[in-house]
Design a protein around this ligand. Sequence first.
Ligand code: FMN
Length: 176
Amino acid sequence: MKCMVVYSSKTGNTKIIAEAIHKALPQDTELYPVENAPSSDHYDFIAVGGWVDKGMPDEAIQNYMQKIHKKSIGIFLTLGAYPDSQHAAESLQKACELLNDNTILGSFICQGKVDPKLIEMMAKMTKDKPEHPHAMNDERKARLAEAAKHPNDQDCRNAAETFKKMIEELKGQSNA
Ligand SMILES: Cc1cc2nc3c(=O)[nH]c(=O)nc-3n(C[C@H](O)[C@H](O)[C@H](O)COP(=O)(O)O)c2cc1C
């Protein structure tokens, strides 16, 4: 079974998760940043992941996802929001829609520290505008502080475990 991990990562969070998944998959699994990824045509299983931008998988990984057809897939995403939020569920849903003619075996999502430059820009933009959806209120500050701790070792173990199960399921299917 030929497997690869393809990821998009602007500030390194998703790369950490991609590497943890890569270690958990069979030894000959290939790992590519999306810029260098080959066509998915000759692979049996593709772990494909990116970071959430405006409630969607980022543009680079979206473009790649749209080129994958009729494959077994695992999705992974990192984001600033909480992983059990509606926003996280919708972001994953968008990824599933982009991969809609594939078999999605599972998914993994966790928080990732948000670029301080973006936080500063948002704080400036929403200064004196408490009603703004991105205003820097206590709830947002707490969420960003939590995101700043991720991805951590536990996230890496959880991602590895999730993807190991997918491969076992796939192997079970091909032996059946
Ligand atoms: C330009 C930009 C837009 C972002 N948009 C969102 C968003 O819509 N929702 C969210 O939960 N996180 C958002 N984030 C946070 C990132 O998804 C998060 O920090 C992610 O872990 C970054 O992954 P990377 O380090 O692999 O690039 C955004 C970050 C940036 C820089």
